[in-house]
Design a protein around this ligand. Sequence first.
Ligand code: NAD
Length: 332
Amino acid sequence: LFESVGFIGLGNMGYRMANNLLKAGYKLTVHDRNFNAMKTFSDMGVATKETAFEVGEASDVVITMLPSSSHVLDVYNGPNGLLQGRNFLRPRLLIDSSTIDPQTSRKISAVVSNCSLKEKKDLWENPVMLDAPVSGGVVAAEAGTLTFMVGGSEDAYLAAKPLFLSMGRNTIYCGGAGNGSVPHCLPSDMSDLLCLSPMNTKAAKICNNLALAVSMLGVSESLALGQSLGIAASTLTKIFNSSSARCWSSDSYNPVPGVMEQVPSSRNYDGGFASKLMAKDLGLASESAKEVGLKCPLTSQAQEIYTKLCKDGHETKDFTCVFRHYYSGKDE
Ligand code: NAD
């Protein structure tokens, strides 16, 4: 259904996701504000564009994978952004996979639904937006085994499913649709409910990362204590992984160098999920908790720890470097 795919944001995640789309045979056009990220793709013969708008013009569908809300707003609504002109030929579908706050997602969905397509083509009268944050990290992005949490119209979700499955193994449809993309078959009194979709997917992603931030601290703290008590981290990890402490932080993304291959801790905490992005996600969790009046003491404490990690100069290292810097106090 979608032959030409645009991809914007070729960082730790986007680079790998775009690569998997390429392997699956999609005609790719990419953009990143970082020249080196673009060069990697132009060296592979992939079309690169100087602006987000040009990517849109060349693509049936555009996927964005950007650090935070301000970057997503810039790429959609900024000068030379995807929605410049508000009346365009392409793209017909916009998918944002960045982890950002639900309010920004809703704002962008609303703007997209007020745009129009110059040519009314088969599927939709207006461009449609799907909200599709991912879980799995760089290892899953590389292997094409990400989990996509998707919100938006079901038509659009089904049409985009092959794309998701080129980059991931699981897609969880969270329902709902953005303002203008409510399928005609749905009664209009459902539209308010459906508009909550970006809230739901983003909330799911934010809650997932809160649990991850805390579980990573728990695993790091107990492995550090174990080491101090004379138990090798590899031995303790084996015990965790066949006991009640087993979790993704212990069995798939272990924070101790050398315990697992191919995770950031075994390559000087390079690549992966930057500490500053984890601090950002905990900020989103804190704000959401405040909004609903829920006490979340572990969120506050985790936020403090990851923020300190950033202040100490480790903001671009993978967040698992919390093991090295917070618990051992050692510098590189
Ligand atoms: P990253 O910082 O490695 O990559 C972001 C890319 O976006 C960079 O290449 C940057 O140059 C580019 N960019 C920023 N602003 C831009 C703009 N205005 N125009 C064009 N390009 C721009 O981040 P990442 O680790 O790939 O994460 C991306 C998103 O995915 C974040 O929201 C993050 O929270 C989420 N996420 C990350 C992971 C992970 O393990 N890294 C896992 C799940 C979700």
